[in-house]
Design a binder for this molecule. Sequence first.
Ligand code: S3P
Length: 444
Amino acid sequence: MLQSYFPLKHLHLHHTSAPFQRQLRLPGDKSISHRAAILAAIAEGTSTISGFLESEDCLATIAVLQKLGITIKHPEHGVFVIHGRGGFFLEPSGSLDCKNSGTTIRLLAGLLAAQPFSTTLIGDDSLSNRPMRRVMEPLSAMGAILHATGIKANPPLTIQGGRLHPIDYRLPMSSAQVKSAIILAALFTPGTTTIMEPTACRDHTERMLTSFQGSCSYLLDQEERCILSVTGPQKLQACSFHVPGDLSSAAFWIVAAAARPGSKLMLENIGINPTRIGIISILERMGAKISIKTPSCSQIEPCGDITVSGASLKGTVICGKEISNVIDELPILAIAGALAQGVTIIRDAQELRVKETDRITALVHNLRLMGAHVKEYEDGLEIEGGVSLHGTRLPSYGDHRIAMAFSVAGLFACGETIIEGTQCISTSYPDFEEMLDFLTMSRS
Ligand code: S3P
């Protein structure tokens, strides 16, 4: 059989001892961009989303919504004009390709569970290995019929949607994708659906509902656990929404600056939602010098300017409730740990094993290839910091955050570091390499 040939893209980095002083603007937040497109598609009327992240993941969401009958215009970079159909979608012909995007498949599963037709969601090799049972269970309990593949319930994911009924659901793991899938289904469901989270995770869907004139509410149970309630059906209304810069993408530059004494970095207009800023307090605990300037007016999605000055870092322990707040930043925090003096321990992070790749295996393997001393746990890793890293060839595992985290590690290593297969970076940060050049100006 003939196979198509895609040349692998590699990233070459040279050790740079030079501190840098730079001011950067970050692309729009990935999680918020997905949600803005989806809520605008559900709403009645025409919404304008600006600051939208034009990465492969978010464009996959746009393409799927178009296949569901939503007209979307793209007048300029970062701006999408979405003509919502008031909660009505068209039955698509053929399957819906979510590419590499877990957020696309899981959030849209919630939306499609409430539509009176059947759809099949597919993805690339990585997505085809990710667990879907976590969305299938609550959506089946609401009355949809879902099928996935094999014992691990992987995509293709087929959904026969229809009239749903409300549920009271306790999330077995902290997952904003699962929580959001249930919220989206609940918007179409008569009655009140409640969701109990084991620990608070990103709340962009909940906040954004207000912008589209929808609502949800929180209450505390007798044991002070937070329960989210969504009463449906709700009619959302179009709005204009601006997506702030992505802190998860900024995290790579924040660590690059924080760990290099003499560096100074200013990042403008970054999302600082409290459910996402765990990385700042963790780095401060490690000795980083970071300040945040916020505008005085309150915003649905808070944002601010972040200034980082380089310092020498020390190891820390990251575990428990802190994990869900920094789930996407753990790869770069592991690199910060390798650059710090002393030991850094990451535990309670078993969710890392079911991301775009098994990120615990990828981190342990690549850090060891660079000469770091690392212990692997089922739910995390332990890094003995302060051991000098050496450049080498490193696989990206097809995972954007592994590729970017090790690009930063390469800046601190002796000799050349080559990251193999960096095309995956465009799933979340298409301009990453350009920014890396801008920051360091020393790469061949
Ligand atoms: C996301 C939630 C997180 C995160 C992912 C984006 C979202 O996944 O890792 O990158 O936008 O809701 P989980 O819901 O699996 O924790």
